[in-house]
Design a protein around this ligand. Structure first.
Ligand code: C2O
Ligand code: CU
Ligand code: CU
Length: 438
């Protein structure tokens, strides 16, 4: 779906549908019957109007992850609850100075987020703007990869997750790339390939590498770097996006896109055994194949993307301790500063048009990708060591034992929203806070 004449308007229906998932019949939760959900594309300045119908058997809503749009009303409001059979029209404007990048949309009703994403409800939202006008990027072949994982029983129904796998964060044994198993991408004219990749899995991390080639990364989340950076591998946590260029070589051939093993921690010893350990397998998994032909096209990378300004010093510094543990009110839960999410509390109140530093401290035994709605931030340091790469993000990995300092301007939009761990079972089990910007 693309906007025309400044308007992106469409009907979107959430429903359980029978789909073909990598050759196998599966009954999944879909938007408009598709896995992944339809890709939406708008331009800065556009109005977006989505006529949404909930035909699931549960309440739901839609969150526009990473977009800098109003947090209240029928825009990006995670406190809305749309009951089964009900409709709602989402409407918002994308500001004319909005960054161009790869964003996405997914349900966000607390307590059901992991389940609904694991059912398949997720799609890309592209803002196409200035960045995409850079000649080298315009000439590149553009492909979109939505990474999801699923768990099915032998009749193709969604399998239930056991309690321990919820604590760890549910992972499925089926990995789908655009709803397919290990698809092939054919680079039609050689030259550069631009891959926009989204981790839409509720808990699985992807450690991406190309066999025999580097990536030239141009953006994280929805924001470009100032120039391409050569990297051999990329860790993509749930919620994160990356935008990379791949060079075909002089002869025809194939690159395999691999998912390398990564250990994101585990709940550790409980009752004498290692419980809930659900790491990626120990061997690389092939996610996709990229076939390329010998090329006469240019392999020149763009030299400049978009300038990034460092932020001034913050007015306020806050600390957020991430952990899980027993809470008298709810039992085992995931906690921020010792407390589980409480929908009636305002955990953090900030002032509009100020800059804050948040010190994110993981004192637990599992990695937590921390995500904040509404505004992007820059990573300032990790474990006290200054971060050299200047980049905007909306989700940052805080590894177990790590202390990450981020700096964030609260711009343009007042209202109430949330921050949380993007391992969505952790979010559903309490690792979230309400944020009031006023
Ligand atoms: Cu992608 Cu609050 O979420
Ligand atoms: Cu979000
Ligand atoms: Cu977490």
């Amino acid at each position: 779906y693309q906007s025309s004449n400044g308007l992106l308007e469409l009907d979107l229906e959430a429903r359980e549908s029978l789909v073909n998932l990598g050759g196998q019949q599966a009954s999944l939760l879909t938007y408009n019957g598709q896995i992944p959900a339809p890709r939406l594309e708008a331009k800065p300045g556009d109005t977006v109007r989505i006529h949404f119908t909930n035909n699931l058997e549960q309440p739901t809503n839609i969150h526009y992850h990473g977009l800098h749009i109003p947090l209240v009303g029928n825009a990006d409001n995670v406190f809305l609850k749309i009951e089964p059979g009900k409709q709602l029209t989402y409407e918002f404007q994308i500001a004319s100075n909005h960054p161009s990048g790869t964003f996405w949309y997914h349900p966000h009703l607390h307590g059901l987020v992991a389940e609904q994403l694991f059912g398949g409800l997720a799609g890309m939202f592209i803002v196409r703007g200035e960045l995409d006008e850079i000649p080298e990027l315009k000439a590149a072949q553009e492909e979109f990869l939505v990474l999801q994982d699923f768990s099915l029983d032998n009749r193709g129904k969604r399998a239930d997750s056991a309690h321990m796998s919820l604590m760890m964060g549910r992972e499925g044994d089926i990995i789908a790339v655009n709803g397919q198993a290990n698809p092939s991408i054919n680079l039609l004219k050689g030259g550069l390939l631009r891959l926009r990749i989204l981790n839409a899995s509720p808990s699985r991390f992807y450690r991406l590498a190309l066999e025999d080639s580097a990536f030239y990364q141009i953006a994280t989340d929805g924001n470009s770097f100032s120039e391409p950076i050569e990297v051999n591998e990329l860790l993509l946590t749930p919620g994160q996006r990356t935008d990379v260029l791949v060079k075909a070589s002089q002869e025809s051939g194939q690159y395999r896109l691999l998912n390398l093993p990564y250990d994101r921690g585990s709940i550790g010893m409980m009752g004498g055994g290692m419980m809930g350990r659900r790491n990626n397998s120990d061997t690389p998994i092939v996610l996709a194949k990229i076939n390329y032909k010998s090329t006469v096209e240019s392999l020149t990378l763009p030299t400049k993307l978009a300038p990034i300004e460092p932020l001034p010093e913050p007015q306020t510094v806050r600390r957020f301790e991430l952990n899980h543990g027993m809470n008298p009110a709810v039992g085992m839960a995931f906690l921020i500063n010792g407390e589980p999410y409480d929908r009636d509390r305002l955990h953090t109140q900030v002032q509009l048009n100020t800059i804050e530093d948040w010190e994110l401290i993981n004192i637990g035994v599992m990695d937590h990708p921390f995500h904040i709605h509404g505004n992007a931030f820059q990573v300032i340091s990790r474990n006290g060591i200054p971060e050299l790469l200047l980049a905007w993000r909306d989700t940052v990995l805080v590894k177990r034992g790590e202390r990450v300092r981020i700096r964030m301007p609260f711009r343009d939009f007042a209202g109430k929203t949330v921050y949380h761990c993007h391992v969505l079972d952790h979010e559903d089990l309490g690792m979230m806070g309400n944020l009031m910007i006023s």
